[in-house]
Ligand binder design. Structure first.
Ligand SMILES: *Cc1c(COP(=O)(O)O)cnc(C)c1O
Length: 392
């Protein structure tokens, strides 16, 4: 089955007592009873699959995890209460019996950098940041540091750089360090990191998977070697997703392939329209043939799906001009998230990269006129018309 069909069918219609619901229901029970105590004993002992207690298993949550695991070609998955809880679980599990050192891409999602520096740092985990788009520099960092885990994102935020994930995975294999990939921006539609040699994949399901701006969630998917530690830790700590949110996310995923296809097509058109606009200095888009990582993108992404995130520099603009533009938008939503059905804009200098000094932001290439867009499923004419009137 192709991904589009799996997204609609996989993990649904579990056989219960007699009738079979055509889609997975919301199971709210925290405990389960069996005909015999022996049966419950076998389930507690892990000899038999089944439900015993909500922190361990929940049929709705498990169905979602099974579905995402299938889409990402994993050996197992856990649905978590947020993308950050999935990242926390993944890093913790990877480092349990490995050196307490991490090599991380230098342009990670802000909260992920914060997790490494403010949570794992004080607990004795040393993080080295390196440029993931400079393969030899990154390899040197991994070889010198001998880390217990390596962390990167498929597509960086907000400048949308794409590192050679397959080559990084080889470097990690040689160094014996599991590669953790945050695949939120790409979705399994564009890239499936486990197929390219990564060990652990994490998603903020809040974004493209749930896709409607009404769920906070995360998913962690891992290979054969790493899933047992993740599962054991999850059972102990309980960072899991609620049955309601699991249901909404599973419902969202059924249309994810359709949405992402439309969003990628729309993004292509918006990016080329923006690049012609006199008030736009520069457009950052993974579908741009002049993108600095174009050859990597051509190797890793499908031809017709080049991403639905873009960013652009408003010519000579600072906070005042950017705010004026964002306030002038009538349909496009000036909101913090991404991947939803509606188009959204964000001002990195104020939101995602607020905690970073202006000097550091500029060194990262994030100017005061940079605006990030997550393209939605609306008619592309309406997205462009709204941009046109707001740009004035
Ligand atoms: C949103 C996001 C996260 C964090 O996910 P939450 O669901 O907000 O906890 C992590 N990584 C990336 C790339 C994200 O966009």
């Amino acid at each position: 089955m192709k991904l589009e069909s799996k997204a609609v069918h996989f993990a649904d219609r579990k056989r219960g007592n007699g009738c079979v619901p055509s889609t997975t229901p919301i199971h709210t029970a925290t405990t389960y009873v069996y005909d015999s105590m022996d049966a419950l004993d076998r389930i507690f002992g892990g000899e038999e699959e089944g439900q015993s207690y909500g922190r361990y298993d929940n049929p709705t949550r498990n169905a979602l995890a099974e579905l995402v695991n299938e889409l990402e070609s994993g050996a197992g998955a856990i649905a978590c209460s947020s993308g950050m809880s999935a990242l926390h679980l993944g890093i913790l599990a990877a480092l349990l019996d490995r050196p307490k050192r991490v090599v991380a891409a230098n342009a990670l999602y802000g909260a992920t950098t914060n997790l490494l520096m403010s949570v794992f740092g004080p607990m004795g985990v040393e993080t080295t940041f390196a440029d993931v788009c400079d393969i030899s520099a990154f390899e040197a960092a991994v070889t010198e540091t001998k880390p217990g885990a390596v962390i990167m994102e498929t597509v960086s935020n907000p400048l949308l750089r794409v590192a050679a994930l397959d080559k990084i995975a080889e470097i990690c294999k040689r160094a014996g360090a599991p590669l953790i990939v945050d695949n939120t921006f790409a979705t399994p539609m564009l890239v499936r990191p486990l197929e390219l040699g990564a060990s652990i994949v994490v998603h903020s399901a809040t974004k493209y998977m749930a896709g409607h701006g009404d769920v906070l969630g995360g998913v962690i998917i891992a290979d054969e070697e790493n899933i047992p530690a993740i599962r054991a830790l999850s059972r102990t700590i309980g960072p899991t997703m609620s049955p309601f949110d699991s249901y909404l996310t599973m419902r969202g995923i059924k249309t994810m392939p359709l949405r992402v296809e439309r969003q990628c097509t729309n993004a292509c058109k918006v990016a080329s329209w923006l690049s012609e606009h006199p008030r736009v200095e520069r457009v950052y888009f993974t579908g741009d043939p002049k993108h600095p990582d174009a050859s990597t993108i051509a190797r890793l992404f499908p031809k017709n799906l080049q991403g639905a995130m873009l960013a652009f520099d408003l010519k000579g603009a600072g906070k005042t001009e950017v705010f004026r533009f964002m306030e002038a938008l009538k349909m496009i939503v000036p909101a913090t998230s991404l991947g939803d059905v509606h188009t959204m804009v964000l001002y990195p200098a104020m939101a995602s990269h607020r905690e970073i000094s202006a000097k550091m932001r500029h060194r990262l290439g994030i100017g005061d006129g940079l605006i990030r867009m997550s393209i939605g499923i609306e008619a592309v004419e309406d997205i462009i018309a709204d941009l046109e009137q707001a740009l004035g």
